[in-house]
Ligand binder design. Structure first.
Ligand code: MG
Length: 203
């Protein structure tokens, strides 16, 4: 499986990192080895001093699709979950300054904690989903998918013009404002609506 991520999909998050609001989705990959499941601990890596959390709605793909038309996107989804797009911001910043790819800043081991998945039927309108991220019990990010620059249907249609999605692939849909650094000892919790989906520690 592969993990496809969308960058800068919420205006206020693009602004908080001084990035332009994109005219088309910003797409990048994480390898399957970035996946961290079952709320296992995240071990702070030795190559960065500035790991940031980015809490995001994550979609799981139900079957192979290419050139998916926006109106058929729901038939290609079999799970809705929550994930953290961990980012080595110091490495990403150095890459951005040189115009180089973000691969190591985004794709390192365990850089993609992902919750269990809920049936898409529980989300009749994917552009009306609330989610939030707490660090040490304090709310740091409050997301509402209505604020996406590119909605879920557009994103999946856009991605599959270029890249075939297959069963089990995951799509991170971008983070709202409020990203920040984590440190060893932090407790990360993520809620989809009122349901707790993520609950793990940084070691
Ligand atoms: Mg992100």
């Amino acid at each position: 499986m592969k993990i496809i991520c969308v960058g800068r999909n919420y205006r206020e998050h693009a602004r908080e990192l001084n990035n332009p609001v994109p005219e088309q989705p910003v797409i990048f990959f994480k390898p399957d080895t970035a996946l961290l499941r079952n709320n296992k601990d995240f071990y702070y890596p030795d190559f960065s001093q500035d790991i940031h959390y980015e809490c995001e709605l994550v979609l799981r793909i139900a079957r192979e699709g290419k050139h998916i038309q926006p109106q058929y996107v729901p038939t290609y989804l079999d799970g809705v979950g929550l994930g953290i797009d961990f980012t080595a911001r110091d490495i990403q910043q150095a890459c951005k300054q040189k115009g180089l790819p973000w691969t190591l800043a985004k794709g390192f081991n365990d850089a993609a904690p992902v919750s269990d998945f809920l049936p898409p039927e529980q989300f009749p309108d994917l552009q009306d989903v609330h989610f939030r991220c707490l660090i040490n019990g304090q709310t740091r990010q409050v997301g509402h998918t209505a604020n996406m620059i590119f909605d879920v249907h557009y994103l999946i249609a856009y991605i599959t013009r270029y890249i075939t999605l297959k069963k089990g692939d995951l799509v991170f849909t971008g983070t709202p404002k409020g990203v920040g650094a984590v440190a060893a000892g932090d407790h990360i919790e993520g809620f989809l609506g009122e349901k707790k989906m993520l609950d793990f520690h940084v070691k």
